[in-house]
Design a protein around this ligand. Structure first.
Ligand SMILES: O=c1[nH]c(=O)c2[nH]c(=O)[nH]c2[nH]1
Length: 306
């Protein structure tokens, strides 16, 4: 029986790249993890041993590093679009039909110091010293198929907690229910979010200000998390997605994955102490996993369910 080569793609994954801008003593850095994946006319490579249509993964890696120098990294999204377009539009004989560029960006803050000696460029800033922002990783995925660009950006590992304004009660109860209803609980989660831009890369269409958009989307999610009096993490998820769509016209779909990082009240009775919602055991697993998409009416959601 004949077998059929199905979906296939290849490229170089996890190209770690740090780009330093030394235009002044106040350096800038971009720290990315870039994964390239190409789809196209690769039947022969798999079936016949001919590599005539194979752009080596090594070349895709080199392109990433060369483009960081040649074009710079204004934002992960713009860098991804430049790379994706290059692989599809400039590879010989049009063998690459679609390119997917995934980028994780690690954010660094400047190290602040009260010292004001000559080495320091401001009252409290060292121009070349950074500390990894312990918070989230910024993500983006750019796909270009020769016609349309699709940009899905996001973040992961943004850890947030409300120490009150969260309840959970009124749920289904059956013979296996042991959960106590909660009228004042901790709500904590580690946000993974992805949002799709309306941008499609048409001729003359301006790119959104990706960095600004990221900051605003992040802020709206945080504000919605903080300001929502929550009766479930599901409700908070919906509030976060809605807040982004209400405030950012350039975004038309938001997908959130929110692990419910459970905090259990510790029984202090054995020690003759009363626990008035003050001492918790923070469990790292298992966790409830709340996931959902919020999108504009009429928009067909495309962000893949993980
Ligand atoms: O916000 C919550 N949603 C749930 O679906 C759920 N289930 C559960 O046990 N605790 C919680 N909390």
């Amino acid at each position: 029986m004949a077998h059929v080569l199905g979906q296939n793609q290849y490229g170089k994954a996890e190209n770690r790249i740090v780009r330093v801008y030394r235009d002044s003593t106040r350096h800038e850095i971009k720290d990315l993890n870039v994964s390239v994946s190409l789809q196209g006319d690769f039947e022969d490579v798999h079936l016949t041993g001919s590599n005539a249509n194979c752009l080596p993964t090594d070349t895709t890696k080199n392109t990433v590093y060369a483009f960081a120098k040649e074009y710079g990294i204004e934002s992960a999204e713009a860098f991804g679009i430049t790379l994706a377009r290059h692989f599809v539009d400039n590879t010989e004989r049009g063998v690459v039909r679609s390119a997917r560029i995934r980028i994780e960006e690690y954010v660094w803050d400047r190290i602040k110091t009260p010292d004001n000696s000559a080495r320091f460029i401001g009252a409290d800033e060292v121009g070349h010293s950074f500390v990894r922002n312990g918070q989230e990783t910024r993500t983006t995925e750019v796909v270009y198929d020769g016609e349309t660009v699709q940009v899905i950006s996001g973040l992961k590992d943004l850890i947030v907690m409300n120490s009150t304004n969260s309840e959970f009660w009124g749920y289904i109860k059956d013979r296996y229910t042991t959960l106590q209803e909660a009228y004042d609980r901790i709500l904590a989660t580690q946000v993974t979010a992805r949002w799709k831009y309306g941008f499609s890369g048409k001729d003359g269409e301006a790119q959104p200000n990706w960095n600004r958009s990221y900051q605003h989307v992040r802020r709206h999610m945080l504000e919605a998390f903080a300001e929502t009096y929550s009766y479930s993490l599901q409700q908070t998820l919906h509030a976060m997605g809605t807040r982004v769509l209400n405030n950012r016209a350039e975004v038309d779909e938001v997908r959130l994955e929110l692990p419910n990082k459970h905090h259990f009240l510790v029984d202090l009775e054995p020690f003759g102490l009363k626990n008035e919602n003050e001492v918790y055991y923070a469990a790292d697993r298992m966790y409830g996993l709340i996931e959902g998409t919020v999108h504009r009416e009429g928009v067909v959601p495309v962000i893949p369910v993980a």
